[in-house]
Unconditional design. Structure first.
Length: 142
């Protein structure tokens, strides 16, 4: 699927939609179960697509994925496929099924990015645009 000719690095910022509502409705232990299940599910999916990509928790219910060797449109396709797969993930806690969606912001490392924070801030801006667009959305840009 991936061409070895592509030298781009793409950063994906992910936020679990309505996570505070999950904590408020079901409790913090349920929220922790959601985080744990989601993190495992995301990491499994990402490493199945490309074992060299890195997933890390950015804080709270936010995660980032560093994708090397892929162009931005292909990264967006990979995340669209993940969002579709995520709709089939049903997390059970205390007999209650909790379904989740995510908002996603995608950008690539640009030549004028002086620090990693430049790329991270841009991905975060697109993530917030996805949230403002109604959540369960992906926004990509440069």
């Amino acid at each position: 699927m991936l061409s070895t000719q592509i030298n781009e690095i793409v950063l994906v910022a992910i936020d679990i939609d309505h996570f505070k509502q999950i904590n408020d409705t079901y409790g913090h232990l349920a929220g922790n179960a959601v985080l744990t299940n989601f993190a495992h599910n995301l990491q499994t999916y990402i490493h199945e697509v490309n074992s060299e990509w890195e997933v890390y928790r950015a804080g709270g219910e936010e995660f980032n994925v560093i994708m090397a060797g892929i162009d931005q449109p292909s990264a967006q396709q990979a995340m669209q496929a993940y969002c579709q797969q995520l709709r089939d993930l049903h997390i059970t806690y205390g007999g209650t099924v909790i379904d989740i969606t995510i908002s996603v912001g995608i950008t690539k490392l640009l030549g004028n990015d002086v620090q990693a924070e430049d790329t991270i801030k841009r991905a975060d801006q697109y993530l917030y645009q996805a949230k403002q667009a109604g959540r369960d959305a992906i926004i990509a840009g440069y």
